[in-house]
Design a protein around this ligand. Structure first.
Ligand SMILES: [Ca+2]
Ligand SMILES: [Ca+2]
Ligand SMILES: [Ca+2]
Ligand SMILES: [Ca+2]
Length: 455
């Protein structure tokens, strides 16, 4: 769809809306048309596409298989719920940086299906779309962030997207299920780009599963603190980090595909901070991750996973394929925190059952510009299979490289067989997978609802 930037309201539809829009321009539409049924509250803008702009202050359900244009920053305000049924397409307007923001206390239930995912995409025509065409999705919750040591602080989202942070780690912002976000991440200002999905202090009452972010111009999914778990996640061809966390993010992630191929200049598979401005603040960032396949481009100096600025992380049953550096651990604060009187504290920093496949260098540190390891975290720890946390060095076969090119992620995992850690032993949220990598034989959960368009 290519959208005219002129509002072309259909005659007969709520002339009161037309009058309202014309006299207040970018202001709140939905309050005026709140009594209209369902998505007819939103005016037609082109063909059957309806315009969503301003604040959503009432519960509203879009029409299944409907098409909508997001103009400017659209806020689902506290107390309101936006429900999106299967098959809906939402076009983020490039001209106005269309962006969907779920404010603290607001909810989104985007409930697609494998056959009918919900797609957020560019409003440019197919074939001329590119990363950064529109904003993205931002969810602000009441869970804990660590901007104040010990938690309890709040923060402001980039681009005036509102407040996040609080003390309710079980906060619910709704659900994203079978949701695809493409070509987002527009620049708000220099160094201030939008993530495909930003989970800002989102609580673990929120459901995020079967979600793809593709061709984002900044990070794919970024957690700013909070406790929002995610499973069945695909992040592909983004121009910065594919998974990013900071501000004391503590979440579980199982079953993921992180594929950097197809991006012009991607950065990292994971870029992880505790908190940049006070690296020892608590609660520490501490994601627990199992069953993710990371596929890089082997670009010089680029890493699969960077753990820095005091973060903790436990990563299991995953594959790092084709990175110049598979794993890099940075910052004194990261190492010191994970040093248990001279031995690695695996409760704070661990990689177990992780395969390094065709990486130029499996692991390194970057403390103060040196290449030596700190304390107990010596290079042998990561490179010796005899350690309690064995890592495997493998060279991908021609068939694996072919499977990567075809985005046959199941075959990639199958080819790199090793004994997995039982993910169900990590905590009660995880399920036993029985394989290493993002997916297994007969378990191609990414098929059908994901897509990988170039433009
Ligand atoms: Ca970011
Ligand atoms: Ca980033
Ligand atoms: Ca980065
Ligand atoms: Ca970052």
């Amino acid at each position: 769809m290519k959208t005219s930037r002129t509002i072309a309201l259909t005659a007969g539809l709520l002339t009161v809306v037309l009058a309202f829009v014309s006299c207040t321009e970018e202001k709140n539409v939905t309050q005026v048309i709140a009594n209209a049924p369902h998505d007819e509250r939103f005016p037609l803008v082109a063909g059957t596409t309806r315009l969503i702009m301003g604040d959503i202050t009432y519960d509203i359900t879009l029409k299944a298989d409907g098409e909508y244009l997001l103009r400017g920053s659209v806020f689902v305000q506290s107390g309101a719920t936006l429900t999106i049924p299967p098959g809906v397409t939402l076009y983020g307007e490039s001209y106005s940086i269309g962006t969907l923001i779920i404010s603290q206390g607001g909810k989104i239930y985007a409930l697609g299906t494998a056959d009918s995912p919900i797609v957020f995409t560019s409003d440019s025509t197919v074939g001329s779309r590119s990363a950064g065409d529109w904003g993205g999705i931002i969810i602000n919750g009441y869970a804990t962030i660590n901007t104040v040591d010990g938690g309890g602080g709040t923060a402001q989202g980039e681009g005036n997207t509102g407040t996040y942070g609080g003390a309710d780690d079980h906060d619910c912002s709704g659900a994203l299920r079978y949701v695809v976000v493409q070509f987002a991440g527009q620049l708000y200002s220099p160094d201030n780009e939008l993530n495909g999905i930003a989970l800002q202090a989102v609580g673990d009452g929120t459901c995020v599963e079967y979600v793809q972010v593709h061709r984002n111009d900044d990070d794919g999914i970024e957690w700013f603190g909070g406790t929002c778990n995610a499973r069945y996640v695909v992040v592909s061809a983004c121009e910065d980090d594919h998974i990013d966390w900071t501000h004391g993010a503590c979440f579980n992630l199982q079953y993921g595909i992180v594929d950097l191929t197809g991006a012009t200049d991607p950065d990292r598979g994971i870029e992880a901070d505790n908190y940049e401005f006070s690296e020892a603040n608590t609660p520490r960032s501490h994601p627990v991750i199992s069953n993710v396949t990371f596929i890089g481009t082997n670009a010089s100096g680029k890493e699969g996973i960077v753990l820095r600025r005091g973060t903790e992380a436990q990563i299991f049953n995953s594959i790092l394929h084709n990175f110049d550096v598979g794993l890099e651990i940075d910052s004194d604060s990261t190492f010191i925190n994970a040093d248990n009187s001279g031995t690695p504290d695996l409760s704070k920093l661990a990689l177990q059952g992780v395969i390094f496949s065709s990486c130029t260098q499996n692991a390194k540190n970057h403390i103060s510009g040196t290449t030596t390891w700190q304390g107990p975290w010596d290079v042998d720890y990561f490179d010796t299979a005899a350690q309690s946390s064995p890592l495997y060095n493998m060279t991908a076969t021609a068939s694996v490289i072919s499977w990567v090119a075809q985005r046959d992620y199941w075959s990639v995992g199958e080819a790199l067989t090793a004994t997995p850690i039982d993910a169900a032993s990590l905590n009660s949220w995880f399920a036993t997978a029985g394989f290493i990598g993002g997916c297994g034989a007969g378990y191609k959960w990414y098929e059908g609802w994901t897509s990988f368009p170039t433009n």
